[in-house]
Design a protein around this ligand. Structure first.
Ligand code: ADP
Length: 561
């Protein structure tokens, strides 16, 4: 029943899903039912109808055609063969129309059923439209020719309208069917494309899932409200380590600061910071209680939608426990060794000073002692550097300092002690700059930058020093025209024990601590230090320090007095 209903309600999808035999039978049914209605009316009101042999022949033929629709295995025959039924339908309609003649009028209108069927089939549109027209014409003209009544222009044009109406209906149905078919093709095409896209997106999701869960770092994505939208297995493992079962809030996790004991405040926790839109890298966190505590390095990046608006962040957690342990062990080792070296070295330097002060020293012995003294000074500087590097954050006592004077003196000293005649100096320092800094520490920084500029300019060139006020800070730049560095090397230049391949190959003395120390000193002042360099062309190091304010300037005056 619902099949009939679906057909009657024009649910073409369901209709198309039926077998061809069912579709042929259902397509014939409207005509058969209407004929049945005529029979019922005839039995009730016009029994004389059944006295007409033509009408009875029409009825029987109609019944035979319906039987053919049901019995013939249309699905096994060539597809278009079912068209024979609507084409043959015109024959019983012709008989019935002739038989009903004036008893029941309008029987000829039954031709509308095969006409609609033929037009809606979508097959051979022109041929079937012509056949529909000619068959409808035959339905009205054949009786005129086969009866004894004289063929006149009146008798021929009496029902002439029927074939044309049928043609118009056929054309309309044909146009509608064609447009429906085209729409259906578009919908099917879109459906196919959509299914393809869905499959592709499911495939990508599986791929993402596999990749995210197979990497050895914890990954999580949070939306702007801080809700977790993705978390991989490794992250679950890290959370479990910090006592966070299931979807426990980040604030409840056991995350500590560098000492491994002080709780990290909720506002400084990584996911919270990421949800607030902060971008950070290598943020070190101590996870879980000792002894199983791990050190994780967290980084966060923003996620944006197509319009470029922020819609969350991705946070990654990398277990760097082994690296941090190794670095701590290295610092401890360096500190111990340099401590052990310092005591005998102090004795050596003391005795050397005494010996050098001895009157009437043999010139040969004196020059030998000078060499020992120079080298012990170098050794002392190295030990001091090593100790400062191991100590971590250097102690500073910032006071208003005449920065222009400090820089000028350091340039003069460097020029004096310079042993490379190919290097020329230029001091473009603005006068009167007063910085809030620890003069001895900043002297260390400027000396280091100047000695590097000289050391790494073996072929000479100009070393230019500038100091000026920039955006409420004092900026000092040291530029050289020396060997320069690659972009990759510049990234590591402020790390402890970093040396470029060029410096190592050329056997330029150094251990790679000067810049790491300079950075620590400048940052301890609340300043910044940067490096710009082009391989083979030279480098520029710049650092900025806080400017001393008016009241500090007063202090400076008093200090000078
Ligand atoms: P050191 O000079 O004792 O090796 P630094 O920390 O001062 O240590 O410098 C680290 C490394 O950076 C150097 O070994 C060198 O390779 C590179 N470098 C520093 N300054 C310069 C410069 N002005 N030009 C080229 N390379 C430099």
């Amino acid at each position: 029943m619902d099949r009939v209903l679906s057909y009657l309600t024009l649910d073409t999808r369901q209709f198309h899903e039926l077998t061809l035999r069912s579709r042929v039978t259902l397509s014939q049914l409207p005509l058969s039912l209407t004929v049945l209605l005529i029979v019922a009316f005839g039995l009730a009101f016009h029994q004389e109808l059944f006295a007409s042999p033509s009408f009875l022949i029409g009825l029987w033929l109609q019944a035979v055609l319906l039987a053919l629709c049901v019995l013939v295995p249309w699905d096994r025959l060539p597809h278009a063969s079912f068209l024979v039924i609507p084409l043959l339908d015109f024959v019983p309609i012709g008989f019935m129309r002739y038989g009903a003649s004036t008893i029941i009028t309008g029987v000829g209108l039954l031709t509308v059923f095969p006409v609609i069927w033929l037009a809606a089939s979508g097959l051979y549109p022109r041929a079937l439209l012509a056949a529909s027209f000619l068959a409808s014409l035959a339905v009205v003209w054949v009786p005129v020719f086969v009866t004894d009544v004289a063929v006149t222009s009146q008798s021929l044009t009496q029902s002439f309208l029927l074939p044309f109406i049928m043609l118009a209906i056929g054309v309309t149905i044909r146009v509608m069917t064609a447009s429906m078919m085209a729409q259906q093709a578009v919908v099917e095409e879109k459906d196919r494309a959509l299914r393809g896209l869905l499959e592709e997106s499911a495939r990508r999701e599986r791929l993402l899932d596999t990749v995210v869960n197979s990497v050895d770092i914890g990954v999580t994505a949070v939306d702007e409200a801080g809700r977790t939208v993705l978390a991989n297995r490794k992250l679950e493992h890290f959370r479990a380590l910090a006592g966070g079962a299931g979807d426990a809030d980040e604030a409840t996790l056991r995350i500590f600061q560098q000492d491994g004991e002080t709780d990290l405040p909720a506002v400084r926790r990584p996911t919270r910071r990421a949800a607030e839109g902060q971008v950070f890298s290598d943020y070190l966190l101590w996870w879980g209680e000792r002894p199983g505590q791990r050190v994780l390095s967290a980084s966060s990046r923003l996620m944006t939608n197509q319009a470029g608006d922020r819609e969350g962040s991705v946070v990654t957690f990398n277990d760097v426990t082994e690296l941090v342990t190794a670095l701590n062990a290295r610092d401890e080792f360096v500190a111990t060794v340099s401590h052990e070296l310092r005591t005998p070295l102090t004795a050596i330097r003391g005795y050397l000073e005494l010996l050098l002060g001895t009157p009437d020293l043999d010139p040969e012995v004196a020059s030998g002692l000078e060499v020992v003294s120079r080298n012990s000074e170098r050794l002392h500087k190295l030990v001091v550097d090593l100790l400062s590097a191991a100590e971590g954050s250097p102690e500073i006592q910032p006071v208003p300092t005449d920065f222009s004077d400090l820089v000028g003196r350091r340039v003069a000293t460097a020029e004096e002690g310079n042993t490379n005649p190919l290097v020329a100096f230029e001091d473009l320092t603005d006068p009167g700059l007063v910085a809030l800094c620890d003069a001895s520490r900043i002297t260390q920084v400027v000396d280091n930058l100047l000695s590097n500029a000289i050391k790494y300019s073996p072929a000479g060139g100009r070393v230019t020093v500038r100091a000026r006020e920039v955006g409420g800070q004092v900026e000092c730049t040291v530029s050289d025209e020396g060997s320069g560095m690659t972009a990759e090397e510049q990234r590591g230049v402020f790390s402890k024990f970093f040396r470029t391949a060029g410096a190592r190959n050329a056997a330029i003395p150094g251990v790679g601590l000067g810049l790491a120390l300079s950075k620590a000193i400048v940052e301890r002042h609340g300043g910044t230090i940067t490096c710009r360099s082009v391989l083979g062309e030279g480098s520029t190091f710049a650092f900025r320090l806080p400017l001393a304010h008016a009241e500090h300037g007063q202090e400076l005056q008093e200090q000078r007095l």
